[in-house]
Design a protein around this ligand. Structure first.
Ligand code: PHB
Ligand code: FE
Length: 330
């Protein structure tokens, strides 16, 4: 589908273009991004540091708006309606909402996607990789516009059809195919399991070294689907610094902390009120309820397994109260 993106053709004094979608306006300068909208009480402007905005925008674009809600921060974000997308400011912030300062608008997915891709492309300077840990990229996100980094922002998330390493599926990562071991995981065993399948089961019985796979991830906070079993997706990821979004779920998701430690802030999905602090150490397992939003902090690069349920009815079952927002009633 061909969709027009509304951008001002002339760039501002810092060289960046400004954009419009519905009643929202977006602009940036050396340090900050400005999001403007009209609330019941008049024009509002919200600002974010440009690096935080670009890291969040990168995930929203690369994940196709993800499962339900992506909050860039406590004010701005998107809801995936799976076909259409809502963009909001203040709608899930108790104070903004109570004061009538919020706005939510709905767009066809291709239209909001094209706008977000255009913003990301124009506002990402050469040398800055919004997927990388801060220690593994540059401070090129700041300053006047200088170049772009289309290679980094067009990187595709890896999705296996059945499992990493099966013939015709996502390949096992090696130095040769561009995935060296990360500096933090130099001690991770790189051997692969031996597979001796019974005759007739070749290509059906399989295994691979998940720790080796994750030790070679070149990005952070980007779960990839490494195995698919019916409606169960294993989406492991390597994490460092801060999850650039606060994710508001529409289903329960399980976390298994495979190495090191992540601190999670858990808030109420509708209001943003604090609900829990979760410290996950290697080996810990947690179920994140369907009525929360969460953001992780990983002091050192760590490995996390996100286990997703893609039952096509699951979101509706939670939304209608057919099932509770948590997996077990004690
Ligand atoms: C999540 O919101 O559940 C999430 C997103 C990205 C990650 C890990 C967890 O890397
Ligand atoms: Fe989540």
């Amino acid at each position: 589908m061909n969709v027009a993106v509304k951008a001002t053709s002339s760039s501002n004094r810092t060289g960046y273009k400004s954009f419009e979608l519905g009643s929202f306006k977006f602009s940036r300068d050396e340090y900050f991004v400005y999001i403007e909208w009209r609330s019941k009480k008049g024009r509002m402007t919200h600002y974010m540091s440009a690096d935080a905005f670009l890291r969040a925008m990168m995930r929203d674009v690369a994940w196709g708006f993800f499962y339900y809600q992506v909050n860039f921060d406590h004010v701005f974000g998107t809801n995936n309606l799976y076909g259409r997308v809502q963009m909001f400011a203040g709608s899930y912030n108790e104070t903004f909402k109570a004061q009538g300062l919020d706005l939510i608008e709905t767009f066809e997915t291709p239209q909001i996607m094209a706008t977000f891709q255009a913003i990301l492309a124009d506002w990402t300077n050469a040398g800055f990789d919004p997927f990388a840990a801060p220690a593994e990229t540059t401070t090129d996100w700041l300053g006047k516009k200088h170049g772009n980094n289309d290679t980094a922002i067009n990187r595709q998330r890896q999705v296996s059809k059945r499992m990493v390493g099966l013939p015709g599926d996502t390949p096992i990562r090696t130095d040769a195919n561009g995935y060296p071991v990360n500096r933090a995981f130099a001690d991770v065993d790189q051997s692969q399991p031996e597979i001796h399948a019974e005759k007739g089961y070749e290509g059906r019985v399989h295994g691979f070294n998940l720790f080796a796979h994750l030790s070679r991830s070149d990005v952070t906070w980007n779960p990839s689907v490494t195995s698919v079993c019916k409606q169960s997706l294993f989406c492991p990821t390597s994490e460092e610094y801060i999850l650039p979004i606060k994710h508001g779920n529409d289903r329960v998701e399980w976390f298994i902390q495979l190495s090191d430690q992540i601190l999670w802030d858990v808030e109420d999905k509708a209001t943003g009120r604090p609900r829990a602090k979760v410290v996950m150490k290697a080996g810990d397992v947690a179920a994140m309820p369907a009525d929360i939003r969460h953001q992780g902090y990983s002091p050192k690069r760590s490995m996390l397994l996100v286990w997703e349920n893609v039952n096509p009815r699951i979101a509706e079952m939670h939304a209608t109260g057919e099932i509770p927002p948590y997996p077990i009633k004690f």
